[in-house]
Design a binder for this molecule. Sequence first.
Ligand SMILES: *Cc1c(COP(=O)(O)O)cnc(C)c1O
Length: 478
Amino acid sequence: MSHNAESTAFRSALEVIRAVEPRVADAIGAELADQRESLKLIASENYASPATLLAMGNWFSDKYAEGTVGRRFYAGCQNVDTVEALAAEHARELFGAAHAYAQPHSGIDANLVAFWAILADRVESPALKRAQVRQVNDLTEADWFALRRELGDQRMLGMSLDAGGHLTHGFRPNISGKMFDQRSYGTDPATGLIDYDRVAEAAREFKPLILVAGYSAYPRKVNFRIMREIADSVGATFMVDMAHFAGLVAGKVFTGDFDPVPHAHIVTTTTHKSLRGPRGGMVLCGPELADQVDRGCPMVLGGPLPHVMAAKAVALAEARRPDFADYARRIVDNAQALADGLLRRGATLVTGGTDNHLVLIDVSGYGLTGRQAEQALLDSGIVTNRNAVPQDPNGAWYTSGIRIGTPALTTRGLGAAEMDATAELIHTVLTQTTAGSGPDGAPSKAKYVLDPAVAEQVGKQAADLLTPFPLYPEVDLT
Ligand SMILES: *Cc1c(COP(=O)(O)O)cnc(C)c1O
């Protein structure tokens, strides 16, 4: 039994929870055990620090704090003001942004805040102006009608889903696809890279109100200076959604043309992916959009989550330390080592490699769908997720790709040698798995055959790989 502060804190918390509902305490303990045992290659996940996790479990959760720092619709928000102001200050300093809004509950919410801020700022509609917070009750039915028509005409140009774009960039399953008339830009079929001339051409033809850059499955840097020039050439607002790669911006791996903050009018992010903070979102912008962004709650957000903002302040303070830059550099070094290891063994990678935190394997060369590959890897103790590749013949459900990312394993301390070993394990599973067939003997996109002995052997090797790198070594629950 360890008596350090972290072990004592988590053990005590579980003891208190166990007295009320032991099954919840058990599930929390089981989650830690599962995370410790799995080779987590999910590109959007990470492990937040004990300080970040602990900052979320307290009475800040009890507080309503609609409004902004110093201007609340509720009384008694002085301590919430302290943590929200700290989160914003750390974010401004870390990213070099004029304004930061720390309230969004998630990445989707951050995007909604940004979309509404841009609409409110840009669309010359008297009805929209009246729809802003204070006059919302004065709107007539005719106003609402006009407003809905005007908003529905607004255009957004973003990266296509199968090139790595995100649902919230104007696609049908998300409200953004219903708010905006959307068109997307893809990647060059030969290289897999963004073709900026094609983006410029699409912008000239489509004349979007908003040009969006950012992705969840594109393994390369994006030149935000060029994207801004394209936006300017058609009078569009340039928005960057850095949800996936915020940690690489914070750690100064993406600088100059590849740092979105100096180039975009508005930047949104999650705080829980490569940034390694609590589950949440954030918006950064210049002074021009600051007032509209600050209306996020109650325009599109429910009451802020002060306990999560406290954790954001802690995580952002961690990201300002010099060792975070070292962490960010190791994320990319590890992704490149993983990509090299896979390429050397004959895998096909979208764009032929990576210069960020993620690698996209085209598994069709192994005769598998993404779904078959994902499940076979999971059987072998390797956690990844399936993902469409550009022009994917298997669509968004079965897909032909496997997305892997290094932020989580890098937090544990794994390095280049372990990445090469990981590449070997992935390659072994994918070469040993064959596509299965349905009950009628027809080829299946979901069924697969993998010798359980192989899965077990790989699972054991994956566990051995993790042994020297314990997860949350400072937390002993026994
Ligand atoms: C993950 C992600 C989001 C959504 O974040 P949530 O916190 O899950 O709402 C938005 N945009 C991009 C590009 C993402 O990768």
